[in-house]
Design a protein. Structure first.
Length: 403
């Protein structure tokens, strides 16, 4: 979303420096060669934010991915794409599924590798360098075992006819490779830790993803950092509103935000971009309250919307959910699902409200109660999920397991 590359710029500007701005003397820089592996690189996305932080934690590493749709993201680092990047399959992930397993097992590196750190939400944990002498120790940071095959009820793509046909075979291969003795796993939440145990029978420590909490909290009023056009946009917004922000896809359930706001008699702002925009606008046109759309907000604008909102509403069941933590960092109470990662970040009754049944009626009732939340307590809670904490924990995990 617009300026969401500030963290990337920070990495690029620091060159081969560590998170503190000094030359990285972490043990991997002292004779041990590593590499980062990621499914595919998008312009936006929570897993890409994790990859950004991994790149900051281990600045002397190349990156391997299936394909790279954001070449500007790592301007001073080698990013290696696979042969799938040169085919139309990069636009049709469901069709590419069977070939991904084959492709991940045939990676090539210009250096002999001692270790690899993998960011996986599909099959990247299958990564293998057959020409490497010896077996590099593999550290897999799991956003989720492939929802396509393990929990299709949480990902409609798992109901694609091809995915249903090949799912049993993929499960068997996935489980076998996850039990390689050279592989160590970490989960991005306790919710995912339980899924790893169920799918693969493996234990995994929890390392919560990085959130730019300190950056968000460094600016008391993000409206002062907006462009002229952005400031004019926020000046047109209602004084009090609830915020829904994400990709405009069915899974994110932004329709519930509009319906609940209408029932509560509170204006709503819907921020993001996606294929369901027309449907959401049609629903908004029927509402009795003001519903404003902000398409592809920049980072600064999104932070300003968090700060201005009376509540951030987050209906989906997510593996972790970075946006609720961003909202809390900005002081916005969160109304979220009591299932999934948000239940580990939002403290019910303290930083927001967790609902076991998300209906327009239940969310509308929560909106009526959200004014009781102390926004300073909300900001304080968010600091537990900072980027700095992630950098420390991911280094300690890799270092400790290999040592």
């Amino acid at each position: 979303m617009g300026e969401r590359h500030r963290a990337v710029v920070r990495i690029a500007a620091s060159g081969r420096q560590g998170a503190t701005g000094t030359l990285n003397t972490h043990r991997w820089g002292l004779g041990m060669q590593g590499v980062l592996v990621h499914e595919w690189i998008d312009v936006n996305g929570g897993s890409e934010k994790v990859l950004d932080a991994m790149a900051e934690a281990f600045p002397d590493t190349d990156i391997h991915c299936l394909w790279n749709d954001a070449p500007q993201r790592f301007p001073v680092r080698r990013v290696n794409e696979t042969w799938l990047s040169r085919t139309p399959l990069r636009r049709h992930k469901a069709l590419a599924l069977p070939l991904m397993l084959f492709t991940w097992r045939r990676l090539r590196s210009q250096s002999e590798l001692d270790w690899m750190l993998v960011s996986s939400h599909l099959f990247a944990h299958h990564a293998f360098f057959p020409r490497n002498v010896g077996s590099p120790r593999k550290f897999v940071y799991v956003h989720t075992p492939a929802r396509y095959i393990w929990v299709p009820d949480l990902d409609a793509r798992g109901h694609h006819p091809l995915a249903r046909i090949i799912s049993p075979v993929l499960k068997a291969i996935d489980r076998r490779r996850a039990n390689d003795r050279e592989v160590e796993f970490a989960a991005n939440s306790h919710f995912v830790k339980e899924r790893i145990a169920a799918a693969w029978g493996r234990e995994a420590p929890v390392i919560y993803p990085p959130v730019d909490v300190m950056d968000i909290q460094s600016v008391p009023d993000w409206r002062t950092s907006l462009t002229h056009d952005e400031r004019a946009l926020v000046d047109r917004l209602p004084k009090d509103f609830v915020l829904g922000a994400s990709r405009f896809i069915p899974y994110k359930k932004l329709d519930l935000v509009i319906k609940a706001a209408d029932l509560a008699g509170v204006p709503a702002v819907i921020a993001g971009l996606g294929p369901c925009e027309e449907e959401l606008r049609a629903l908004a046109a029927k509402a009795q309250v003001q519903v404003e759309f902000v398409i592809s907000p920049s980072t600064n604008l999104l932070y300003a919307l968090y700060q201005m909102s009376c509540a951030f509403i987050f209906p989906p069941i997510e593996d972790f959910g970075i946006m609720p933590v961003e909202a809390m960092a900005a002081g916005a109470p969160v109304i979220a699902n009591s299932q999934g990662g948000a239940a580990e970040t939002v403290v019910h009754g303290v930083t927001g409200l967790l609902l076991s049944r998300l209906t327009p009626e239940s969310i509308a009732e929560a909106i009526g109660q959200i004014h009781e939340i102390d926004r300073e307590a909300v900001r304080s809670r968010a600091r537990a999920f900072s980027r700095e904490r992630f950098l420390e924990e991911i280094r300690a995990w890799v270092d400790g397991q290999a040592g």
